[in-house]
Write a protein of this length. Structure first.
Length: 157
């Protein structure tokens, strides 16, 4: 699939995720729902810009790439803020540590796959694994696990 189809499709899926999250949170967490709606609107604008660039076959220049890059960075900031708001204080310390170690293991495995000397065929897999694991680590590092006293009170109380 070409990037002319893939990028708008990814942006549309991100927008659908945001709007579905906003709908689910509208009664239980109005602030999180507002955050998700803004993220969804930004993803829709980014999707429209990507479709317009692909439709008119505009060459990618700095005038096109820089605003889209800035919008993608802002969207990533919304993802971090949303995940932090939803998951902080709700993840046990044990699960938090397991996830951190799994993400680090994926980063190390990706590096090994990128720099192994036997076959160049797995370089792309290693690069994708490192990229996804680094993004996951950037998001996961903003989550605060439960306090030990809070988790202990729930078990004993």
């Amino acid at each position: 699939m070409s990037s002319q189809v893939t990028l708008p499709l990814v942006a549309a899926l991100v927008a659908a995720f945001w709007l579905a999250a906003a709908r689910m949170l509208r009664k239980t967490d109005p602030g999180g729902a507002r955050l998700a709606r803004v993220g969804g609107i930004l993803a829709i604008v980014l999707c429209g810009a990507l479709i317009a660039v692909a439709a008119i076959n505009l060459p990618i220049s700095a005038a096109v790439a820089i605003p889209m890059f800035v919008a993608a960075i802002v969207e990533f900031g919304f993802v971090i803020a949303f995940v932090t708001r939803v998951a902080s204080g709700r993840v046990s310390q044990r699960l938090f540590l397991i996830c951190v170690l799994a993400i680090i293991a994926c980063i190390l495995l990706g590096i090994v796959l990128m720099f192994q000397p036997w076959t160049p065929a797995v370089f792309g897999i290693g690069f994708d694994l490192v990229l996804i694991a680094l993004v996951a680590f950037m998001i996961w590092s903003h989550i605060t696990p439960q306090n030990r006293t809070k988790a202990g009170d729930e078990r004993h109380g």
